[in-house]
Design a protein around this ligand. Structure first.
Ligand code: UDP
Length: 322
């Protein structure tokens, strides 16, 4: 690492998480190179950053080859379809970006002598047999199931990252991200939170899959970004869970959103997708100990901030359709 202004590449920078990271790293004084092929990311997410003197956007598929001119201090590899309906629609791209894309990102980090942070996921734990999930748990993943394309790509990505760390001595960090929400999630990405908010705001039935007893633990995006920033600057090469341990069943979550939006929507039950994890809750002891990090937003506050965003998006859509 050499330059006075740190230079940071963020793959998937036009995605939901990527765009928040671009903002944070600009605010920290970095020169940010945002790379995205825009298959699930959107130029709208970074439109407000275009023209910033320390921001560049490069439209590129990182599975082929990554070329960056000049020095680099940090590489954050966040490119990947990330919602179940996206990776079911884009199974090969999902496998390629987790495997080939991670390889290219690591090769680039090695060449530039940069530190790489890999966006991994709680999906490496699959349908977990321990609860809450600690980093030492190896997971329960069905490699040939529909979700396997994402889970196995990320497991491979972790293995590749550790190999570059051990064999090539590249400085690496691995964050295991649990369910995260906030502004710039796509209304139609199919995940529970945007789907429920959209349904509640439109007065449509809220579609709970299964009996809704499966649990998730939702983290507000600003908390996640803080955890990632701290991890990048830490000395920890082992994976670190970053998520909010406040666990809730999907049925209670649907009720919470109906209440928040003061909606008249009813709850309807739909079949549970195959291999849908029954429980998910991060054990964040390592993040507390190594990063001094705990989430600061409670769900009520995070959901209120997210709701305003979705209200605006729906209003825009209605104006466009009128
Ligand atoms: N889910 C649901 N209704 C929907 C979308 C999702 O009940 O319209 C459930 C889904 O089956 C899962 C949970 O909500 O149990 C969280 O799903 P999401 O797609 O948000 O993320 P995941 O944690 O499964 O990757």
């Amino acid at each position: 690492m050499s330059s006075a202004t740190p230079r940071t590449l963020i793959t998937g920078g036009a995605g939901f998480l990527g765009s928040h990271l671009c903002e944070r790293f600009l605010a920290e004084g970095h020169h940010v190179i945002c790379m995205d092929n825009l298959i699930t990311g959107s130029a709208n997410n970074i439109a407000h950053l275009m023209g910033h003197e320390r921001f560049e956007f490069v439209k590129l598929d990182v599975t082929t080859f990554i070329y960056v001119q000049g020095e680099l201090d940090y590489v954050l590899h966040f490119a990947s379809p990330a919602s179940p309906i996206d990776y079911l629609k884009l199974p090969i791209q999902t496998l390629k970006v987790g495997a080939l894309g991670t390889h290219k990102a690591l090769g680039l980090a090695k060449e530039k002598n940069a530190r790489l942070l890999l966006a991994s996921t709680s999906e490496v734990y699959g349908d977990p047999l321990t609860h809450p999930q600690k980093e030492s748990y190896w997971g329960n993943v069905n490699p040939v199931g529909m979700r396997g394309v994402y889970d196995e790509a990320k497991r491979f990505a972790e293995a590749m990252t550790m190999a570059y760390h051990r064999y090539h001595e590249v400085e690496t960090r691995i964050v295991r991200i649990f369910n995260t929400y906030g502004p710039r999630m796509r209304l139609d990405d199919g995940r529970a939170l945007p789907t429920f908010m959209k349904q509640a705001l439109m007065g449509d039935p809220i579609t709970v899959f299964g009996d809704g007893s499966q649990t998730r633990s939702f983290c507000y995006v600003d908390d996640l970004v803080e955890g990632i920033y701290r991890l990048l600057l830490s000395d920890e090469p082992e994976p670190v869970n970053v998520g909010n341990p406040d666990e809730i069943s999907i049925l209670d979550f649907a009720k919470e959103i109906i209440e928040l939006t003061d909606s008249s929507s009813e709850i309807v039950f739909k079949p549970l997708p195959k291999d849908d994890p029954q429980v998910r809750q991060p054990d964040i002891s390592r993040a507390k100990e190594v990063l001094g990090w705990t989430p600061s937003y409670d769900r009520a506050e995070g959901l209120r901030k997210t709701l305003s965003y979705f209200e605006e998006q729906i209003a825009k859509r209605e104006t466009a359709e009128a």
